[in-house]
Design a binder for this molecule. Structure first.
Ligand SMILES: Cc1ncc(COP(=O)(O)O)c(C=O)c1O
Length: 466
């Protein structure tokens, strides 16, 4: 587009500034997550008053086009396409995080969603859930009219302490807070440790929500490649040297999207680097429940809460709707963490915490999980065979978690769009890379990937090689 500094004279000045900014966003001069010019600078450029620019920016904030960050400026928000019309998707020719998350939260049936991030309800549905709810309901008068304890429902925290003890991670109920999911635990630690413009290290591939959230909040995100043993140490050292991140956010066990664990030697090397460069680790262990018999090493095992924050939750293994998770913090930070919880939601809803506790302590959860482990194991065996038949390698070091991370050999972003047109929801590799680099990888959910989809995949890949 012509980079004209002339405003549309036929509309009000504020409307003209809005139009001017939007045209620049449409033509990608201002890209998602980028800062737009400051109020004063734009007022000078367009020869209007600061008041007009402020009004225009505020209207763009109100309509979710821009985001205002205190003491930092205005940032472009990515625009979500809520329309399922395939032509529109193709026109935009992009599969970005917001798009995928939106689709994930839509009601796409499981058998059409090989890219889903959850197990089917039938897999995790617990027959005793209603019973647990009724039990908690009986006590409702004793707690529902109060905010409850800031730190979270004590019996659940005590149960978590025992559970972590079995994993070789030792803490106390005083150093644990309950959160509304691991995602809130991440937000809490970000708020605790980071200032505007700080840098955070994440894995590539890695769970897309973390990097998108960080970018949206204006933090710099750098990523380190990760394989079946953990992050690439040489690269990690270079990144620490160059960017000096304050925090490394990682999902060490049954990693999303690869279902890889962490090699003990690698874990030690990473922690040594973290000491050397004074970096804290946020260890996201959401998938812990899917590996109860083996006890793969986590960073928290070695570090024992010197610089590791450890979080887990019940979203994938029990019920995401309860929004129950926990955060265990190094001793030196717990007071501040509590303060942050008090100053945000004050407390987390106790009803869900009580139900989770009730199911867990009655053994129902454990029984349910045993069935899930068997199903996951079988699903991985089937997946290995099915992939082999269409000439795709099942990665050797995959553990029986929810996902398998496959190399399709073709651009999986393009593949995702074609799949979407035919009613499939898939999760292409570029989503798991913070800089959204094109990728040939695809994350498959072993429980929702049907043979029908794999046949589609086979035909699609062959058509690309012609
Ligand atoms: C690695 C990882 N961490 C955290 C979450 C979200 O956890 P929660 O629902 O407890 O906020 C997800 C969800 O997909 C995830 O994949």
């Amino acid at each position: 587009m012509n980079d004209t500094l002339t405003l549309n004279p036929n509309i009000s000045k504020t409307a003209a500034v809005i139009e001017w900014v939007q045209q620049r966003m449409d033509s990608q001069i201002y890209k998602p997550y980028q800062r737009v010019p400051s109020v004063r600078k734009l007022a000078m450029i367009l020869d209007v008053s600061s008041f007009t620019v402020t009004q225009a920016y505020e209207q763009l904030v109100a309509t979710n086009v821009l985001m205002a960050k205190p003491n930092s400026g205005y940032y472009v928000l990515p625009q979500v396409n809520y329309d399922r019309n395939p032509e529109l998707v193709e026109k935009e020719a992009m599969v970005d995080t917001s798009w995928l998350v939106q689709q994930m939260l839509n009601d796409i049936p499981n058998h059409r969603a090989p890219g889903s991030g959850e197990l089917p309800v039938e897999w995790i549905k617990n027959d005793r859930m209603q019973w647990a709810v009724r039990q908690v309901n009986q006590d409702i008068d004793s707690f529902i009219y109060n905010y409850g304890e800031t730190q979270g429902y004590l019996p659940l925290r005590e149960q978590l302490v025992q559970y972590l003890d079995l994993l070789g991670i030792h803490t106390s109920a005083d150093n644990i807070i309950t959160t509304t999911g691991v995602s809130q635990a991440i937000l809490t630690v970000i708020q605790l440790l980071l200032n505007v413009d700080d840098t955070v290290l994440v894995d590539s591939p890695g769970w897309y929500w973390t990097s998108s959230t960080l970018q949206q909040q204006g933090y710099q995100v750098v990523s380190v490649e990760r394989d079946h043993q953990g992050p690439n140490i040489e690269r990690m050292r270079q990144i620490l040297e160059e960017y000096r991140p304050k925090l490394y956010i990682t999902n060490s066990v049954l990693h999303n999207p690869t279902s890889y664990n962490l090699h003990p030697a690698r874990a030690h090397q990473v922690l040594n680097l973290m000491h050397e460069y004074d970096v804290c680790i946020f260890e996201d262990d959401l998938y812990a429940a899917f590996l109860p018999d083996e006890k793969p090493l986590r960073y928290a095992n070695i570090d024992q809460f010197e610089r590791v924050f450890y979080a887990t939750g019940f979203s994938k293994s029990m019920a995401s709707g309860w929004r129950v998770g926990m955060l265990a913090s190094p001793d030196r930070f717990i007071k501040q963490i509590l303060k942050l919880k008090t100053l945000s939601n004050m407390t987390s809803p106790e009803f869900g915490e009580r139900v989770v506790h009730r199911l867990w302590t009655q053994g129902e959860y454990r029984r349910q999980l045993k069935k899930v482990h068997q199903k996951l194991y079988i699903a991985h065996q089937d997946m290995r065979d099915a992939l082999f038949k269409i000439g795709i390698t099942y990665p050797e070091h995959t553990n029986p978690g929810i996902f398998v991370w496959i190399d399709t050999g073709v651009d999986s972003g393009k593949l995702a769009l074609e799949a979407y047109k035919e009613g499939w929801l898939v999760a292409p590799g570029q989503l798991f890379n913070p800089s959204a680099q094109p990728s040939t990888y695809l994350r498959l959910n072993v429980a929702t990937t049907s043979h029908e989809f794999l046949r589609w995949l086979d035909v699609y890949i062959s058509s690309q090689h012609k």
